[in-house]
Design a protein around this ligand. Sequence first.
Ligand code: KIV
Length: 284
Amino acid sequence: MATKKTISDFVQMRQRKEKIVYLTAYDYLTAKYEEKAGVDMILIGDSGGMVQLGYDTTFPVTMDDMIRFSAAVRRGAPNTFIVGDMPFLSYQVSDEEAVANAGRFVKEADCDCIKLEGATDEICQRIKAITGAGIMVMGHIGLTPQFAAQLGGYKAQGKTAESAKRLLESAKKLEEAGAWSILVEGVPAIVGKAITERSDIPILGIGAGSYTDGQLLIYADMVGYYDNFTPKFVKKYANIGDVLQKAFSEYCDDVRSGAFPEDGIHSYKMSQEEIDQFIAICSD
Ligand code: KIV
């Protein structure tokens, strides 16, 4: 069994130019299979609100939802570095709330670090407060869904030279505030490359090209499970949705036709002696 990687392992992987493999998970079973596959790092993303709970956006997700998901992931992947994603309004309001909520991920779900979105002065202040309390922070810039209103919707960022330059500045701000790594989402590959080259900390990418130190995907996108919408940057490795739908349809057919269950195969046995006694009791 592989030992759990640490932040210093990820820093060394960056130095050795070894890619960091990062996937989301929200439940025990998925986390278990990801750990068996050798994933380096698991994000319990607030995308769980859409993938797991069926919301249209991540805004309704609560801290309690995230703690429930995170604790289940930890049970499934006890030897993997896990990152708890702070949901909307769990860190924006004040340093005190941000530290208390970040602490819940560590105390109640055994997370190794937390992630939060944005790079405004207020967010940098939150990062200082959370790291000051001894909790490691992963920043997140680019297409940050919790700031969709300011970004003009859910669209790729850094597509003009000016906005790409602002992303470079944001990455520097997060690093200076104490983030140990940054997730860059939904930017052109050249911008992902520039951020990675100019940073001294691990840069993870999702839809940010091939140059970042590691790659993240939402697991339900890459296995063809979540089919409401699939971003352009996703590569599909399976079609789990089709597999499930086929299995469920065959089960419907079998139950309706009487083909399932088959007595003697899908049922418990009773000894002939007990059967004889049972028949005698029933006929009394
Ligand atoms: O919630 C999440 O899964 C995320 C990724 C989309 C980056 O934050």
